[in-house]
Design a protein around this ligand. Structure first.
Ligand code: NDP
Length: 246
């Protein structure tokens, strides 16, 4: 049986573990050639083994996404090899610190913004022409409920995810007359390293697995996804409506 993404190319940032790892695996199982980006070579190689065992293929890109020129070179390499990109998953992210706003160290603030916002924008900029060249370009940005709940001590992480969603909505507006569809996702609490860091006292067995969460996100990558500029809530399994003035 052929998959939903046969012959398509999908780039996943933060594919070495967690949600990105499982999304990359599931995209490959649907027939996509996956370009897997992260710093940890071991995690990428494990992913590659699993993808190959399932009869699909991947290209591994060990890269720190805060290396802006490196991200630009990745865009150029994709252009050279395929001339297009069908799926972009902006998943790589960092928690930063859970701390009162007044106590956040400048270097922590800047580093977290660099990973969650600046590198996301740089990656988007590098592949925007390639997604536009696809007949069914799909971009999925991993946000968080924190962007909207803005709870005490979550200010830094919340600000980065709100910024990411804002970028995604503007990009969707810029591309609304193209086949390209751009959506953000709130995965909800998921059994990963990042969640364990944020909630050390929590029993991980009470949380959905990254594989379960990835399978809910996967259809946003399909050519059949018609929504754009929206936020998909995994727990509710539906798109949410942004309330905004004209
Ligand atoms: P993990 O911490 O498990 O994985 C994060 C991924 O991002 C890793 O593959 C890591 O790879 C990569 N990454 C981080 N920094 C960099 C960098 N500088 N360069 C390249 N890659 C980097 O996170 P999750 O799977 O939990 O989260 C995935 C996304 O979902 C994130 O954007 C997160 O904010 C969001 N999210 C997660 C929730 C949860 O409960 N887990 C809830 C809400 C949102 P490496 O270290 O190898 O570079």
């Amino acid at each position: 049986m052929s998959g939903q993404l046969e012959g398509r190319v999908a780039l996943v940032s933060g594919a070495s573990r967690g949600i990105g790892y499982h999304l990359a695996k599931q995209l490959a199982a649907q027939g996509a050639h996956v370009v897997a980006v992260a710093r940890t070579v071991g995690g990428l190689e494990e992913l590659d083994d699993e993808i190959q065992k399932a009869g699909s293929s991947a290209t591994l890109v060990p890269l720190d996404l805060t290396d802006g020129p490196g991200v630009d070179r990745l865009g150029a390499a994709l252009h050279e090899r395929w001339g297009k990109l069908d799926v972009l998953v902006v998943n790589a992210g960092a928690l930063g610190t859970l701390s009162p706003i007044g106590h956040i160290e400048a270097k922590t603030f800047e580093r977290t913004m660099a990973i969650n916002v600046t590198s996301a924008w740089r990656l988007i900029r590098a592949v925007d022409p390639l997604l536009r060249a696809s007949d069914a370009g799909r971009a999925i940005l991993l946000s968080s409920g924190a962007a909207h709940s803005c709870k005490a001590y979550w200010g830094l992480y919340a600000a980065t995810k709100a910024a990411l969603e804002a970028l995604g909505r503007s990009w969707a507006a810029e591309t609304q007359n193209l086949p390209l569809r751009v959506n953000s996702v709130n995965p909800g609490g998921t059994r990963t390293a990042m969640r364990a860091l944020a909630m050390p006292g929590e029993d991980p067995n009470t949380l959905p697995t990254p594989s379960d969460v990835a399978s809910r996100i996967l259809p946003l990558a399909y050519p059949s996804c018609t929504e754009t500029g929206r936020l998909f809530d995994v727990r509710q399994n539906r798109f949410m409506t942004y309330h905004m003035p004209d």
